[in-house]
Each structure stands twice: as structure tokens, then as C-alpha cells.
Design a protein around this ligand. Structure first.
Ligand code: NAP
Length: 538
């Protein structure tokens, strides 16, 4: 099939059928454009398709972690729980795909291998592992920020004769751990969510912890019909209020946003932190504005969280090991359902590997010094090559054949987190340099997709065939992102977060997202109002 206007096969090729890819495709349908989505999985849902590990659930309440673009959709959909579990979110993604007739333009089971910019025709030549070779005017990476699994090269990793699982690519058919001795590596969100569920089933569970994490109780509940009815009565106001928040979420608790924590007496601090902790979820993380900018304030919140761990975990030595020694909030906070309580179970054990990493994975288990433990299964909850991994996994070449891997060798460089110089007509949804992972992802996805859609319409209306960011605009943007990061404690040198790429060996340490959704959106709108300032349009 050749597109009638541009002699390309499609006007737009989109990589990924997660929440970003689905909405991008829907917008292209609305605009009457030819579009093809390539998706490696056999179904839609992206992160919610792949991350099927036990206990996987969203950490932003579902009335917010859902599309706002269709009033009918947001009115008709019913979430069973406040923080929905992965199967319910996947059901929702499938519903969206059917409701908006998206599947006809999604090719499943297909991984994009390369995308080469053709300077003659100002279009992209895209190839896949299924032998497709197509041309498109626009190339959109909707590959998600947390989709390329981090599989650390622990010595002997492939020698284990038991079952090996990665939380990021969990088997579709599920796993029954009944009667099994399980070793679990990692204590990030995926590990913290799966630990209580695996512990219920397994004969024994040993958790290997390199860095203790701060985890907050979700206080998840079945959906409160009154609360939802109230929101649905004014859903667009509720969405608009959230878009005004730094992270595009949490307007409901805005009234709790207080003065700097250090201005309160210690009794008051305790009372306010206790109230935020009891509310559950990210309320605790956002209750004081200075916690992520001031070390003393941070220590107050961190100490409160450590005190909670001491109250919950009965064994004093285990409680101590579980108490984080890093800045609170420098890594993404975790929302759990009974994580710390799990360590009171007789079949659960914690092994601290901070000072002595795993020496090897043997045929039958994990060895650290003289301590060799045998397992039937090992779970790697070791996270992702975040924000850039999925992009760099595709062989993308822009002007002059320059590879994006070379262009980003010292860290990602983008203008607005949407485009990168030398790669014209290519857009990244929620790319590095945009608020993305520091927000409710759906809010950021919608804003990016709408910006890209509007940009393509503008190009059509004005008969432009090519858009590329300018180098000064990109350099200034990268500086801005770096400066904003330096103003917070998230770049603390003792904190090796995936925001910094510090969780992946050899990756350049640079803070990739940009905090502050409202200011970012304002900037994107201003760029448009000024005739796509910082871009060159041909
Ligand atoms: P993560 O936060 O990066 O955690 C990975 C864990 O594996 C860390 O504890 C890490 O230790 C450990 N690890 C990595 N390599 C290791 C090695 N070689 N040896 C020993 N330990 C190693 O990954 P994640 O838990 O998958 O979460 C990533 C992000 O995905 C989250 O921050 C969140 O944004 C998102 N997520 C969200 C939810 C949700 O609630 N909706 C659930 C899951 C994930 P170190 O800390 O020492 O590096």
C-alpha cells in the first residue's frame, strides 16, 4: 500500500502499542492519516502487557491513571480497585483498542529493527524482524520509559538449572511457586510488589537487597462508588486540576501541601507525616515541598519512614537492614501492599548484598562467600535500562547516517524531550528531557501525543515536509534539564537511581527526566505559539 499524498507506505509509523502508541494511533485515525503500529508483543498494553509478575499494580489511583481524551470512555469505564492490578489495566487497554477500532493498524509480534532517515525524500525507512520494509514520513517512538529489561550479568547467571524469571517479561501463563524455594534479586517497585504475593505461595523466599528502598503503604481499597460518582460528575475539572500539579497528579491532596517541614515543631511534623502516611500512596511523598530540595527536611521524612519500618518489622536486625540510608525520594518512591510485614513471616529471609555482591549464580542457587543457598526458582526484579534503552535498541540513523547511539553516547540529548537534532520527523513520546516518569505517565502521554498531532497538522497546513530541532535550542534545553535536576536531591551522589541511568553498568550518569509538568506544558505551548520556535521547518 502506498500513501496517496507522499509516496510513502504510511504517513506515520509508530513503535509500540502501549498507552502512548494506542493514543497516537487514535489521533492519526481522527486526522485521517495512514499509520502503522509495530508491536513486539502479541497484544496491546505495553508495560502492562509485559509486567505480569505477581502483585503488579499501578501506583497512581486508577481514576487518574487512565485516558482523559474521551469523555464517554472515562464515564463508562469502571475500575474495581483504587489502585488497579495489572490484569484490570490490561483489560482497559484492550477495551480502548477495541472501542476505537485500533487493532486493524497494529502489527503484533513484530519488533522494529532499524529506522533510517532518507534525506532525498525526507522520510524514514523502517525495517522489522518480520521482514517488513516500509517508508513513512514520520517516525514515532512510543516505546515507553521502562520497557527494556535490565538483565545484570551476574557471574554464572545462565548456569542455573532451576527456573529463571524476570519481572519485566513475566510468562503470560503465570507461575505457581507453591512448594518452591525462591530467590528474588532486587528491592525496587517490582520486587516490593511481588515479594508479599510470592511469599504467600512459596515454601521459602529469600530476598537479595543491594539498596534498601523507601516504600509507602498504598492503603488500596475496592473502588468507593461515592468517590467515583463525585469525580465522574466533574471529570474534566478533576483532570484539569491534576494537570496543574507538578507531577500531573495529586490535586485531591493539594490541601495537604504545607509550608516547609522544618517550620513545624517535631510533634507537628510527626502528626502531619502520620496523617499523610495513613492516607496512603504518594501523599506522603508530596506533603512537604522541601523534602526533595533540602537535606535537613529530607532527613525528617526519611527518619519517619525508618521509624515506621522499625514499628512493622519484628526482627530488629532485619528491620535495620530494611531501613534505607539514601535520600528519600531520590529514587522513585514505592507504593506497597504489605511489603515490610512480609519479613515477619517465618518462610521469608532477607540477605543484604550491599557490601558483598552476589559472587555467582550456581547450577543450584546463589553463592555469596561461603553462603550458598539452593533455589528452585530465581526471580530477577532488576528493573530497566530506563528512558533510553528501548530507543537505543533500535538502529536509528538520522541525517548523514548518524546513529542515535553515537548522538546520545554521553547521555540523551533532546529538545523538549520530543525530538533530537539530526533526526528529522522523528518524535519520542515521553522521551528523556520531558517530565514523563516524574508524572502520572498518562497525563504526559496525552500531552505529548496531542503536541505531535498538532505539529503534523501544522506541517500539512503549511506544506512543510521536514521538521528538525535546532542545535542551540537543544543545547539550551539540555542545560535547562540539567540545572533543574541539580536543584533537587535526586542527583545526590550516593543515589544510584535509574533516573540517572546509574542502575545499568557503563551507562552515562545523567539525570534524564525533567520535573514539573505545568511549566513544561507551558513551554511546549509557547514553542507552538511562536511558530515552532527552536525548530527548523522546511
Ligand atoms: P528498580 O527500581 O530499578 O529496582 C531494581 C532492583 O534490582 C533494585 O533493588 C536494584 O538494586 C536491584 N539490582 C539491579 N541490578 C542488580 C544486581 N546486579 N545485583 C543486585 N541487585 C540488583 O526496578 P523496578 O523495581 O522494576 O522498578 C522500576 C520502575 O518501574 C519503578 O521505579 C517505577 O517507576 C516503575 N514501576 C512501577 C510500579 C508501580 O507501582 N506501578 C511497579 C513496578 C515498576 P539497586 O537499588 O542497588 O540498584
Amino acid at each position: 500500500m502506498t500513501d496517496k499524498n507522499t509516496s510513502t507506505d504510511f504517513e506515520v509509523v509508530i513503535v509500540g502499542a502501549g498507552f502512548a502508541g494506542l493514543y497516537m494511533l487514535h489521533k492519526m485515525h481522527e486526522a485521517g492519516r495512514t499509520a502503522r503500529v509495530y508491536e513486539a508483543g502479541s497484544g496491546v498494553g505495553g508495560t502492562w502487557y509485559w509486567n505480569r509478575y505477581p502483585g503488579a499494580r499501578v501506583d497512581i489511583q486508577s481514576v487518574e491513571y487512565s485516558y482523559s481524551f474521551s469523555e464517554e470512555l472515562q464515564q463508562e469505564w469502571e475500575w474495581p480497585e483504587k489502585y488497579s492490578a495489572q490484569p484490570d489495566i490490561l483489560k482497559y487497554a484492550n477495551h480502548v483498542a477495541d472501542r476505537f477500532d485500533l487493532r486493524k493498524d497494529i502489527q503484533f509480534g513484530t519488533r522494529v529493527e532499524s529506522a533510517i532517515f532518507d534525506e532525498e525524500t525526507s522520510s524514514w525507512d523502517v525495517t522489522t524482524d518480520q521482514g517488513d520494509s516500509v517508508k513513512a514520513q514520520f517516525f514515532v517512538m512510543a516505546t515507553g520509559c521502562l520497557s527494556a529489561a535490565n538483565k545484570p550479568d551476574i557471574p554464572g547467571r545462565d548456569n542455573f538449572s532451576g527456573d529463571t524469571y524476570y519481572t519485566a517479561t513475566w510468562p503470560k501463563e503465570g507461575v505457581d511457586f507453591t512448594g518452591k524455594r525462591v530467590g528474588l534479586i532486587g528491592t525496587g517497585s517490582s520486587a516490593v510488589q511481588s515479594t508479599p504475593v510470592v511469599a504467600e505461595e512459596a515454601e521459602s523466599l529469600t530476598v537479595y537487597q543491594r539498596t534498601a528502598s523507601y516504600s509507602l503503604p498504598s492503603n488500596n481499597t475496592p473502588t468507593d462508588p461515592e468517590f467515583v460518582a463525585e469525580i465522574k460528575a466533574n471529570y474534566s475539572d478533576f483532570r484539569a486540576a491534576n494537570r496543574k500539579m507538578m507531577a500531573g497528579t495529586g490535586a485531591q491532596y493539594a490541601a495537604m501541601l504545607n509550608d516547609p517541614i522544618l517550620t513545624y515543631s517535631s510533634e507537628e511534623q510527626d502528626r502531619l507525616l502520620e496523617a499523610a502516611w495513613d492516607k496512603g500512596g504518594f501523599t506522603f511523598a508530596s506533603v512537604f515541598p522541601d523534602v526533595v530540595t533540602d537535606y535537613d527536611a529530607n532527613e525528617v521524612a526519611a527518619n519517619f519512614a525508618r521509624k515506621k519500618i522499625a514499628e512493622i518489622v519484628e526482627d530488629e536486625a532485619t528491620a535495620k537492614l530494611l531501613m534505607p540510608d539514601i535520600v528519600i525520594g531520590c529514587k522513585r518512591m514505592i507504593i506497597d501492599s504489605g511489603y515490610y510485614e512480609t519479613f515477619n513471616k517465618p518462610n521469608v529471609d532477607l540477605v543484604d548484598i550491599k557490601n558483598h555482591p552476589i559472587d555467582e549464580i550456581t547450577e543450584s542457587g546463589i553463592r555469596i562467600g561461603d553462603d550458598h543457598r539452593e533455589f528452585d526458582a530465581i526471580i530477577f526484579a532488576t528493573g530497566f535500562d530506563a528512558m533510553t534503552g528501548a530507543i537505543l535498541n533500535v538502529d536509528i540513523r538520522g541525517r548523514g547516517g548518524e546513529s542515535i547511539r553515537d548522538a546520545w553516547h554521553a547521555g540523551p540529548r533532546t529538545y523538549l524531550g520530543l525530538t533530537t537534532v539530526g533526526f528529522p520527523n522523528m518524535f519520542v513520546v515521553t522521551g528523556p528531557g520531558s517530565p514523563s516518569v516524574l508524572t502520572n505517565m498518562i497525563v504526559s502521554i496525552e500531552q505529548h501525543v496531542e503536541w505531535i498531532d498538532e505539529c503534523i497538522n501544522y506541517m500539512d497546513d503549511n506544506e512543510f515536509s521536514t521538521i528538525d530541532a535546532s542545535l542551540p535550542a537543544q543545547d539550551a534545553w539540555v542545560d535547562h534539564v540539567n540545572k533543574e535536576a541539580e536543584n533537587t536531591l535526586r542527583t545526590d551522589p550516593n543515589c544510584n537511581s535509574w533516573y540517572l541511568g546509574a542502575n545499568v553498568e557503563g551507562k552515562t550518569r545523567v539525570f534524564m527526566p525533567l520535573a514539573g509538568f505545568p511549566a513544561y506544558k507551558k513551554k511546549c505551548d509557547e514553542v507552538v505559539a511562536a511558530g515552532y520556535e527552536g525548530f527548523s521547518l522546511v
